[in-house]
Design a protein around this ligand. Structure first.
Ligand code: ATP
Ligand code: MG
Length: 452
């Protein structure tokens, strides 16, 4: 206790770990996944030390189920690999080992010192480094270190706990156990320095606090508002990964509220500006996030494409309407509006191409729901993304953007048999072209689309 106090006051590094036996923290071997146990036991039998570390230990101590189990060891990658039947050395600048045990993959890394991947120099150079990597040049080798160094390079005290399955003890360099007990999230070392090294840590602070129901320690919280503009320097692909984690955490609504409270959204992530600054969207976006959280928490699948499509929908709508007002044809205006919005987003946040393709499909299908006559309705029903687009329509109806009756009609239409479907169809206006259900001459013509 006193030791910890002195360390904190004088900013000393916690190089002397505190070992806590199972009787004090309660975490037992049985709670560790079979894969992680096999890896730790195998390494120990070969004379190395091996610990379960990071998010898994933290989550187990908090009583939540970990996403995955990571192992840290003093063995080098080339020493780890031969110990296991299915193991793969991965990573270019940081080599680590993926050990496959049954259907589990255990990420096994050697203790290492500072992390050039996430240090300021690292992120500033990241793009250039990647280019050079493609040409086979490795700028920096692995920087292996001691366990104490490995603990110090981690972001939060609660993420730097090492569980030893052999003794069931927890090794704690930075007071993580005490912080867990107080339910506090605290940066290791000086927060401003650590955020400058890697601004993504600010986003992680908010995400982990919201996800785990922890309070941000005052010193951890204080510099965030001031340093928020540093987020601009984070490579878009990394930002996308972190945002995806945040949005799919099951606590997206809470995370975004906290981002706003910390001033982390403003002018930093265009997406968040969109989500948080426009009252018009509020109901639609709130519903989308609430729905996503609920699906994640009940273990149902969530589509990131659907979520991003929802988060950006009102941006697209606004751009679309503006273009139509300027006299562009509806379908052209919609295509252009989608390009405009996605281009602006992807500059900062690299939404993957696979996602944007699906997002476009979902958006483009929206005006087609207005067509409830003959062949068009039937064709829409057969479109590959129909289900997702329909769910999207349901969200629009729930938020009051389109009449509830439109959604009800489509819900009924989907589940009706062929005869009832026929009866439901609204008569064609204009020249009627009756066709049999499955016969198609051409792909749906572009003029199917009209503004919502
Ligand atoms: P999650 O539950 O989201 O997986 P996590 O803490 O396990 O949370 P990971 O991204 O899986 O997050 O990272 C594993 C560990 O690596 C963390 O617990 C932390 O110790 C360390 N770490 C991750 N990102 C950083 C970072 N930006 N800076 C320092 N350490 C980090
Ligand atoms: Mg993890």
């Amino acid at each position: 206790m006193i030791k910890r106090f002195i360390r904190r006051v004088f900013g000393l590094r916690g190089d002397a770990p505190i070992r806590t036996p199972r009787s004090k923290h309660g975490l037992s071997r049985e709670e560790i996944s079979p894969g992680a146990l096999k890896v730790c036991d195998g390494l120990r039998e070969a004379g190395f030390s091996a610990y379960v570390v990071g998010g898994a230990v933290r989550d187990l101590l908090l009583g939540t189920e970990p996403k995955d189990f990571d192992v840290a060891t003093d063995a080098r990658p080339e020493q780890i690999k031969p110990l296991f039947r299915r193991a793969l050395i991965i990573g270019r600048r940081f080599r680590l080992v993926h050990v496959m045990v049954g259907r589990e993959t255990v990420e096994t890394s050697t203790f290492r010192a500072a992390d050039p991947e996430t240090s300021v120099a690292g992120s500033a150079r990241a793009e250039g480094t990647r280019v050079q990597d493609e040409h086979g040049r490795v700028l920096r080798d692995n920087v292996f270190g001691s366990q104490a160094e490995d603990a110090r390079r981690r972001d939060f005290t609660v993420n730097a706990l090492y569980f030893d399955p052999a003794t069931e003890g927890v090794i704690d360099y930075h007071g993580g156990l005490a912080d867990l007990k107080k339910r506090v999230l605290r940066v290791i070392g000086d927060p401003a320095t650590r955020y400058r090294e890697d601004p993504v840590r600010m986003l992680r602070a908010v995400r982990l606090a919201a996800k785990l129901g922890l309070t941000l320690d005052a010193d951890t919280r204080a510099p965030i508002r001031r340093l928020a503009p540093l987020m601009e320097r984070v490579p878009p692909a990394r930002l996308f990964d972190e945002m995806l984690k945040l949005l799919l955490s099951g606590h997206a609504s809470a995370c975004l509220r906290q981002l706003r409270d910390e001033g982390l959204h403003h002018g930093v992530l265009p997406l968040l500006d969109v989500i948080l600054e426009q009252p018009l969207d509020e109901r639609f976006v709130t519903l989308a996030l609430a729905q996503t959280d609920e699906r994640v928490l009940t273990d149902r699948p969530v589509s990131p494409a659907f979520l991003f499509a929802a988060l950006l929908w009102h941006e697209v709508l606004a751009a679309w309407r503006a273009r139509e007002k300027r006299g562009e044809r509806p379908i052209v205006a919609l295509e252009e509006a989608m390009d405009e919005v996605l281009d602006a987003q992807c500059e900062k946040l690299a939404i993957t191409r696979r996602l944007t393709a699906t997002m476009r499909e979902v958006w483009v299908m929206q005006p087609r729901f207005e067509q409830r006559s003959g062949v068009r309705a039937q064709r829409l029903l057969e479109a590959p993304r129909f289900r997702m687009a329909y769910d999207f329509l349901a969200l629009r109806a729930a938020s009051g953007e389109v009449p509830a009756e439109l959604e009800t009609w489509w819900r009924a239409f989907q589940s009706a048999d062929a005869d009832s479907r026929k009866a439901m169809l609204v008569p064609e206006t204009g020249p009627t072209k009756k066709r049999r259900r499955r016969r198609r001459k051409k792909a749906a013509p572009a003029r199917d689309a009209s503004p919502a």
